[in-house]
Design a protein around this ligand. Sequence first.
Ligand SMILES: *[C@@H]1O[C@H](CO)[C@@H](O)[C@H](O)[C@H]1NC(C)=O
Ligand SMILES: *[C@@H]1O[C@H](CO)[C@@H](O)[C@H](O)[C@H]1NC(C)=O
Ligand SMILES: *[C@@H]1O[C@H](CO)[C@@H](O)[C@H](O)[C@H]1NC(C)=O
Ligand SMILES: CC(=O)N[C@H]1CO[C@H](CO)[C@@H](O)[C@@H]1O
Length: 462
Amino acid sequence: MGYTPRRSRTLNQRSFIVIICILLGLLWHTWSNPACDSDFEDGDEEYTEAPVPVPSPLEEDGALPCSKIPGAKDTVVVIKTGSTEFVDKLPRHLNTTTRCYPNYLIFSDYEEDYGGQQIIDALDSVSPNIRQEHMDFALHRRLKEMGRAALAAEELSKVPGDPSAWTGHTDNPGWKLDKWKFLPMVNRTLHEYPDKKWYVFVEADTYVLWGTLLHWLNTLNSDEPHYHGNQMAISGDLFAHGGSGFVVSHKAMRMVVDHFHEYHDSIEQFTDIHWAGDCVLGKAFRESGVPFTFSYPVLQTDHPGMIPYLTPEGKTTDDPKKRPWCFPAVSYHHLNAEWVEDLWQFEQKWLEKRHLNDTGFLRHSDMFKEYIIPHMRAPKMDWDNASDQNKMETDNFEDCRTQCHSDGSCLQYSFRPETKICKMSYWPKMGMEGDGVRSGWILDRMWNVADSMPQCTDEGFL
Ligand SMILES: *[C@@H]1O[C@H](CO)[C@@H](O)[C@H](O)[C@H]1NC(C)=O
Ligand SMILES: *[C@@H]1O[C@H](CO)[C@@H](O)[C@H](O)[C@H]1NC(C)=O
Ligand SMILES: *[C@@H]1O[C@H](CO)[C@@H](O)[C@H](O)[C@H]1NC(C)=O
Ligand SMILES: CC(=O)N[C@H]1CO[C@H](CO)[C@@H](O)[C@@H]1O
């Protein structure tokens, strides 16, 4: 599928944006309270605050080096989105992640040509009587008739999330359609790419660490049935969580698509009464004889800022002796376009540092040291670091910071001026954007904690 970015323009725009960012950064730094500065100096000097652009060197044929990693051409990446979230999330993938994918498909609920990129309507093979009459398809019928103009502003703001957020989205017409996309999308993907080794299904708010993913796939045999995902269960049915991304081998694709053709009507009936499309697909894999491999903590259901890197909370791994910290990191979820690009820029830099024939892989411990800690660099406004282990009232942010410094185990703190609540935490977490909260981290303590972790040894892939 050909999306050719207009490179020279993109590069000029990028340098311009970066210069503006650096200037804004300098201004911010001059204006901001000097009390922040000592945290700023706590850290390791090799990291700089301003985002560094990474125009990865293009190969002679115009392809990015990431598209040449061994295994890339044997892998298809399938992005599932919906017309209600499309504009917010998809365009950024088209100038970042998809440039690394020699083969990819984009499925939505509306077929269109988006700046030369073909968007497939995942629903066009659903039985005609369902498409024409089912209440879930009201939006689909409107889109077919009127195009994007059919979308009301309030529909655009309610985007489908993951199961934990779904209960709040049942009135979102885009969400109602989503569950119907899964099996038709898997079927169409195999039809478009009948002989690739690996099929990786993601959503527009997923980020895949492509080098690490390919390293993992190269250790597996695609002639065997493989279905790998972050494990979830609904009423006892186990399945791969869609938003974290899931990985399917060629053999497993063949088995589930044959099963879909054989049991087409009953699968549609089951989809009708169920609410989660990824669960319906998981059941189809099981019934077609494909085993499911639990892939937590390799595939993550959340933003990298929300991962409890050093706490024991979270799901268990197959072998309790293996630490989640040492597992490879392949995917994250709940990312907006800016985070997708930020992770992509980070990964391009990381790939550049390594010889392409041997990219190695990134463990969560590497991500913590190379990505998370550098993002904790300076105190941030409107940033909630999820500190919640000790709580008190202080007059201002600086007092909160002093409280944290005087408690030897405190790693990070946050202050909400509105309530004067100061929160501290003894475990590291980057956190996420959060209105009206200011967060800070004590970087030398953060590094001490990271460096005191025993070395990862053979704690490799699953
Ligand atoms: C991708 O597009 C966005 C929005 O136009 C822009 O801000 C960003 O710099 C672009 N990134 C790359 C790598 O071209
Ligand atoms: C599978 O996809 C092919 C190609 O789009 C289509 O012709 C076929 O009807 C689909 N099968 C089902 C059961 O939807
Ligand atoms: C690395 O890959 C290139 C082709 O991309 C090949 O020519 C070269 O021999 C490889 N080097 C090693 C050490 O495998
Ligand atoms: C982004 C984030 O994790 N925010 C959390 C910060 O901590 C409070 C509790 O202390 C949570 O309610 C927020 O969700």
